[in-house]
Design a protein around this ligand. Structure first.
Ligand SMILES: [Zn+2]
Length: 92
């Protein structure tokens, strides 16, 4: 089953649950019985994980007022020491 949205010109919006793919372009209004036309709206994706919501908030805020950092991010530090062969390279 899927939820389809219709709008009646007298009563406004209402939802109808029908098997997926069977929604007609017009449906009888549950209140007044007039034909209501189908409307399309984005799926309900209002729930966002808190960590992702916080990241979106920081990203949006940084557009106008970027954060000032004084130390590199811990994620950017090298996890391994440089290769020993790099020490034998000639130095200027
Ligand atoms: Zn109606």
């Amino acid at each position: 089953m899927a939820t389809y949205e219709y709008v009646c010109r007298d009563c406004g919006y209402f939802d109808v649950r029908l098997p997926m793919g069977t929604a007609p372009s017009e449906y009888g209004c549950a209140t007044c019985g007039h034909e209501a036309r189908r409307v399309y709206s984005p799926p309900n994706i209002s729930w966002v994980p808190p960590a992702l919501a916080a990241a979106f908030g920081r990203e949006e805020q940084s557009r106008d007022t970027p954060e000032v950092v004084t130390t590199p991010s811990p994620g950017r530090r090298r996890s391994q020491p440089p290769h020993p062969a790099l020490a034998r390279l000639p130095r200027p």
